[in-house]
Design a protein around this ligand. Structure first.
Ligand code: CP
Length: 299
């Protein structure tokens, strides 16, 4: 059974195949209308989501499939103490594929070992978020190209699952990756080790201004209050980086693309939204054709 659990499992050719198929769906969404008629996708989100959940639902429906949704944890039998293993064993009987978001790292892997339908990891704690990476790569390819890319990734690199997945996937394309964070939010040792083993070109910085002039893409992330064990630790780094029009006009290339997996808090000034730099809403919309391509290959 094929699953999508981490970006580490994706080769360059796997990624290119999904991006090509996504481009076909982007050009002609109607062509997909009945491709998966009669199939059902289960959505099990144990953490909040707007983009991932809604774009998977949209993607499934655009392919002609239906969706069954566990709903919020508070409205499900998780509230009565049901285990993840039991929940997914039950849900696999209702659907042809399962999209899972869960606060525990490794949850999607555990689910994949318990069920006989494809599982997509839609975010497992501070682990991975590989379908986000595919739409990130699709967006980067449209704006800057994936060859000879210089990208800055700024913010919460420690707990940021979108960052961990994107960094692995970019290694396939030989990107120069500049990681910018406070010392306490640097990449986890395990991610750094895996990137080193994969031959990634990585540099780490604390000063965003100094790296900006070299970048084709700036990938901004939220400092995630909900992942910190201690609120004082969060307060010590909150608001550390704030991307403003003045900062970009002074230090960035004119054709820099600013990306963000969203939601944002205050790390990108709203005044950037209507400038040529802003790519993050388009990035979120790319979730639909990319997840159509992913579901088309897995279902
Ligand atoms: N980018 C992302 O995962 O957004 P949601 O949390 O809204 O799904």
């Amino acid at each position: 059974q094929d699953h999508l659990l981490t970006a580490k499992q994706l080769s360059r050719s796997d990624i290119e195949a999904v991006l090509e198929r996504a481009a076909e769906f982007d050009d002609d969404p109607e062509a997909a209308r009945d491709l998966h008629a009669g199939e059902l996708l289960a959505l099990c989100f144990f953490e909040p989501s707007t983009r991932t959940k809604m774009s998977f639902e949209t993607a499934a429906k655009r392919l002609g499939a239906g969706v069954v949704d566990m709903g919020s944890v508070d409205d499900s039998s998780v509230k009565k103490g049901e285990s993840l293993a039991d929940t997914v064993r039950v849900v696999e009987g209702y659907a042809d594929g399962l999209v899972l978001r869960h606060p525990k790292q490794g949850a999607a892997k555990l689910a994949s070992e318990r069920v006989d339908v494809p599982v997509v990891n839609a975010g497992d704690g501070a682990g991975h978020h590989p379908s986000q990476t595919l739409l990130d790569l699709y967006t980067i390819r449209e704006h800057a190209g994936l060859e000879d890319l210089s990208i800055g990734i700024v913010g919460d690199l420690k707990y940021g699952r979108t960052v961990h997945s994107l960094a692995h996937a970019l290694t396939n394309f030989g990107a120069r990756q500049h990681f910018v964070s406070p010392e306490s939010l640097q990449l986890p040792r395990s991610v750094r080790y895996d990137l080193h083993e994969a031959g990634a070109q990585v540099r780490e910085h604390e000063d965003l201004e100094a790296v900006l002039p070299n970048l084709d893409v700036l990938y901004v992330t939220r400092i995630q209050r909900e992942r910190f064990p201690d609120d004082d630790e969060y307060e010590a780094v909150a608001g550390e980086y704030r991307v403003t029009p003045e900062l970009l006009d002074e230090h960035a290339k004119d054709d820099l693309s600013v990306m963000h997996p969203l939601p944002r808090v205050d790390e990108i000034a709203p005044e950037i939204d209507d400038t040529e730099y802003a790519t993050y809403f388009e990035q979120a919309h790319n979730g639909v054709p990319v997840r159509m391509a992913l579901l088309d290959s897995l279902l």
